[in-house]
Write a protein that binds this ligand. Structure first.
Ligand code: GUN
Length: 307
């Protein structure tokens, strides 16, 4: 009798996210009861991009479900930068708003960096402001980008102490790769960031106890790139044609990650599926950041939100 090869255990990001939303809701209710502060999040969307519309609606609904205040500001595709900056100035000055998120991408005629830079860093719940990037880099308290924060929470819940582990991050974006590296360095991992110019990426990936994939290339990371027993966090969300050729011909798509899941699951110890992996943690962390910002605005120490 031959033993079945062990398969990786699945990391259920949806369940993690639901737990975090519950803890944020409870902490927000305590903040409101004790200090009469209801955390408030303003989301700004410019234009009609269908995917962005869905993300923004989800953010608003989840915020309300957590018992927090939610505002959505919808602006037309042709909105001028001046009008967008005026709205941000109003939200910066509004004491009932603790978090401001400008949905990206913005229309091409708007300078995204100027807009993100206009948000009060203490209300920057996306953590994209250079002040928050700087705080993260030097280890000061700030607001941390939601996707890498969610990945870190999942990793700590799954693995406990991360110190001394080799972490390889594939992708060097300001939104995921770079802040992920800072966070893992803060946990005393040995961190390598790989990117399109990295030599022998498969060999580098094989050194990883923790592999975070955030490149946006469907199923690029293959099973034989993975160290047996490694923990794989797949941040990629890529649309590819349906497996069924008839459906593909009709334009039907499916969503895959940056990791070839079936192959990887044969080798890894733990893995996040796509969909259903760390994706739902992003909104949960947005609410956590809004709660944190609300506490700090009043000089109150936020409750610990870890599981
Ligand atoms: N568009 C896609 N993801 C994000 C995100 O995390 N924040 C913002 N502001 N826009 C996005």
């Amino acid at each position: 009798m031959t033993a079945e090869p062990a398969r990786a255990s699945l990391i259920d990001g949806k369940a993690f996210a639901a737990g975090l939303v519950e803890r944020v809701a409870a902490a927000s209710a305590r903040l409101e009861a004790a200090h009469a502060i209801k955390p408030g999040l303003a989301v700004v969307i410019v234009g009609e991009d269908p995917a962005s519309q869905i993300y923004v609606r989800n953010k608003g609904e989840t915020t309300l479900r957590a018992g927090m205040r939610s505002e959505t500001h919808r602006m037309g595709e042709t909105t001028g930068q001046h009008d967008l900056l005026a709205l941000i100035a109003t939200l910066n000055a509004d004491p009932g708003i603790h978090g401001i998120l400008v949905q990206l991408p913005l229309p091409a005629h708007i300078d995204s960096a100027a807009v993100l830079g206009a948000i009060d860093p203490d209300k920057d719940v996306d953590g994209f402001h250079v002040v928050n990037a700087g705080r993260l880099a030097v280890g000061l308290p700030g607001l941390v980008p939601c996707t890498p924060l969610g990945c870190l929470m999942v990793l700590k819940a799954e693995l406990g102490d991360l110190s001394g582990l080799n972490a390889v991050i594939v992708g060097r974006s300001n939104i995921v790769g770079k802040p992920m590296a800072q966070l893992l360095l803060g946990e005393s991992c040995t961190v390598t960031i790989a990117h399109s110019r990295t030599r022998d990426l498969p060999a580098l990936c094989r050194t990883a106890d923790i592999l975070v994939a955030a490149v946006g290339r469907p199923e690029m990371i293959r099973g034989d790139w993975i160290r047996p027993g490694a923990t794989i966090i797949d941040v990629g969300i890529n649309r590819v044609p349906s497996r069924d050729p008839d459906k593909a011909a009709q334009g039907k798509t499916r969503v895959v990650g940056d990791v070839a899941f079936e192959e990887a699951a044969e080798i890894a110890g733990r893995i996040t599926p796509v969909p259903g992996g760390v994706g739902p943690m992003t909104i949960a962390c947005l609410l956590a950041n809004t709660y944190t910002a609300a506490c700090r605005s009043a000089g109150i120490a936020p409750d610990d939100l870890s599981a």
